[in-house]
Design a protein around this ligand. Sequence first.
Ligand code: GAP
Length: 465
Amino acid sequence: MTADPNDVAPAVASLDTIVSLSKRRGFVFPSSEIYGGINAVWDYGPLGVELKRNVKDAWWRAMVQERDDIVGLDAGIIMHPQVWVTSGHVGSFSDPLVECETDHRRFRLDELPGTEGLSQTELLDSGIVARLGLRCPVDGGPLSAPRRFNLMFKTHMGPVEDDAAVVYLRPETAQGSYVNFKNVQQSTRKKLPFGIAQIGKSFRNEISPGNFVFRMREFEQMEMQYFVRPETAAQVFEEWLPRRWDWYTSYGVTPSRLRFREHAPDELAHYAKKAVDVEYRFPFGWKELEGIHNRGDFDLSRHAAASGENLEYFDPATQEHFIPYIVETAGGPDRAAFTFLIDAYREEEVRGETRVSLALHPALAPYKVAVLPLLKKRPEIVELCHRILADLKRDMLAVYDDTAAIGKLYRRQDEIGTPWCVTVDVDSLTDGAVTVRDRDSMTQERIPVEGVKRAILDRLEAARP
Ligand code: GAP
């Protein structure tokens, strides 16, 4: 029998390892924890906020800064409610929901055991629960027939809470780019093909959130909408697949834990002509990390028809007017940061002890460097540490720690992914040199104090994808 290429072990066997590291070291905390928490919302702690910011910066760098054909946008979270009617979200952004008739718990039908492989049509068939003999997974009670549950959060705009004041919290950033297509194109004079990139919060009232920050109700997206001539869309779509794959591997994700998965025709979102997910082997299975979609002219045609605004592009070379097609890359910094964290996790035996380290790419690591005194009782050593630290902090996030012996200080920095530690010892006071220790190889190098910042900056630059 040949081995299944998809049968790949996850980087960590249990999600609990990552959840507990995140809490203990300040990457992610449960939201409103002192009140018992709130389901599917998480808060990023001092290290998590840095990791996520670095992920967003790396994406922006690859998608906007280093390209001539993509520009940024930051649209509002609350948009005109008609946007969501036109986009199809009011009508069809829903999951099949079943409810237990005894304990009233609600479940996504397609996540219940026994529903694997069912088509979207079957999942909304009113007789499906009875036909498969499905029961509540918690108390075994009878389940209702499936109904569509819309995932958009609603609120009211202004002081009157009537139907006319209903607005939605956006469930995707994409629509902000579509309704601004003309503004962006005219203000930048971009010619096709060109893209609009956005990073920002989105909200979905997920029926079954979970797996830590994998599926939340409040999360961020990093989405890019690429506007192209219709006849080139299929080819452009194929070109974005390896680019997005390479972005993850260039920041350290193990290639064998990634795969592409094309959506079956009846699985496609309402807007998509073709969709391929980049999936990652999480501890809870292969799941979507990012989606790449050929959305055709669905969005711009619908917005043009509903708003009465002409959203055609005029091609000066061919003198044609037409609605561009859109190829979308849709990922999220929460899911990406989570993936980088999981994939970087290492445990190894060092001199009879377990060393935990996060082999994060230096560009993603929260702290780039830690400055540590070998003897905190010597004021000259501490003073030199602070001088080095102040200089480093002008260019990068650096930290000082003297709350334990040096071996323990190294372990603490290893566990949060700090790529380099600079240690000041007694000799430093006479020879003007310090030790730079590498997180992954644990090798140490002696360099002059004045050269510390340059050495770290050079290493960061050398690691850049
Ligand atoms: N504009 C298309 C779109 O929104 P999607 O596949 O529904 O496509 C894109 O979402 C990305 O947004 C996902 O690949 C994921 O990274 C992130 N995302 C979506 N829902 C999420 C959730 N509930 N929690 C965390 N991230 C989520």
